[in-house]
Design a protein around this ligand. Structure first.
Ligand SMILES: C[S@@+](CC[C@H](N)C(=O)[O-])C[C@H]1O[C@@H](n2cnc3c(N)ncnc32)[C@H](O)[C@@H]1O
Length: 301
């Protein structure tokens, strides 16, 4: 039986078939849902994303990839799209019912012979250039349709960098593009966990000095060392929940990648507690700019 899973459904709420292929863009090396052949899956279990365009895209892609009569189980917390699942699946032509468990809604459907609105949902949630951003992006990636104010604050402070560096959590490449205006950069590694972000960054940053990698910077970081500089706007959400330790892990990772004396320039929300870990791993930590809600920092290893 050909089965797949998207994301990490909580154990006890949905049974993931043994041997199911993982299709989440946040799992390093996982196959892409988009690449699964039409009508090839018997079953898919989906931990549905919270944002509506992204969720409808994933459901539509799953209904494309399922065989007629194949089983789709989608689940989400009630307040993060769960209450809309049944209606969204009905709009695709599925006879949907749902059940409530804990704070979740679970919808199990069979793929109907006639599906509706799949093409529209796949186009709306696929790779595109949102006019306000002007770069390749995709619903679901960080700040997908407009520049993040934190990144905008840091941009003018990264145009003078020199040597070999990395952009940790590069997203679609907003910071990398600003940095690569410096002719003194010889190489820049763009790293992100989100496969969709890396795919967009590859299209946006067509510079021979850039390299791209999907990696989890908390765990299996690529073997980079002796860097002259690191730039970053570190994440502070993991799977939708605030996680301050993620940014702290990025700071430790940056320190490990830099050469002694190497330069870190980063931006963060003002309320995030990064100073202690910066002081632990870096010297000369200083505020270089601020805007309402954001701080830009510089430090040397
Ligand atoms: C705040 S965004 C910054 C994106 C981009 N640099 C910008 O300025 O627009 C943080 C990025 O970190 C990525 N990220 C989150 N967790 C990660 C992890 N464990 N390893 C690597 N990247 C991660 C996210 O996918 C996101 O693109």
């Amino acid at each position: 039986m050909a089965s797949a899973v998207y994301g990490a459904p909580p154990p006890g709420l949905a049974l993931v078939p043994e041997g199911a292929r993982q299709l989440s863009p946040f799992v390093v090396g996982a196959e892409a849902l988009e690449d699964v052949a039409d009508g090839s899956l018997d079953e898919i279990v989906i931990a549905a994303p919270a944002s509506a365009i992204e969720r409808r895209y994933v459901l539509a892609q799953a209904l494309r990839a399922l065989k007629s009569g194949g089983r789709l189980v989608a689940l989400a917390p009630k307040d993060k799209g769960g209450l809309r699942l049944r209606r969204e699946l009905a709009a695709f032509g599925c006879e949907a019912a749902d059940t409530a468990r804990r704070h979740w809604r679970i919808s199990a459907v069979r793929r109907p012979a006639a599906r509706t609105q799949l093409t529209e949902a796949i186009a709306a949630g696929g790779p595109q250039v949102p006019p306000r951003l002007g770069l390749w992006s995709q619903p679901g990636v960080f700040s997908w349709d407009r520049a993040d104010p934190g990144s905008t604050l840091l941009q003018p402070h990264i145009a003078d960098l020199v040597g070999v560096g990395a952009d940790l959590g590069c997203g679609v490449g907003v910071l990398a593009l600003a940095a690569l205006t410096s002719p003194a950069i010889t190489a820049l590694a763009l790293i992100d966990l989100d496969r969709r972000a890396i795919a967009a960054a590859r299209r946006n940053v067509s510079d021979a000095r850039a390299s791209f990698a999907q990696a989890d910077l908390r765990a299996d970081a690529p073997a980079l060392g002796g860097l002259d500089f690191v730039i970053m706007n570190p994440p502070f959400h993991d799977g939708g929940a605030e996680d301050k330790s993620l940014g702290q892990a990025f700071i430790r990772r940056a320190a490990a990648m830099l050469k002694p004396g190497g330069l870190l320039r980063m931006v963060a929300n003002v309320g995030l507690p990064y100073e202690a870990v910066l002081a632990e791993r870096f010297k000369d930590v200083r505020l270089i700019d601020q805007a309402p809600g954001y701080k830009a920092l510089e430090a040397h290893r």
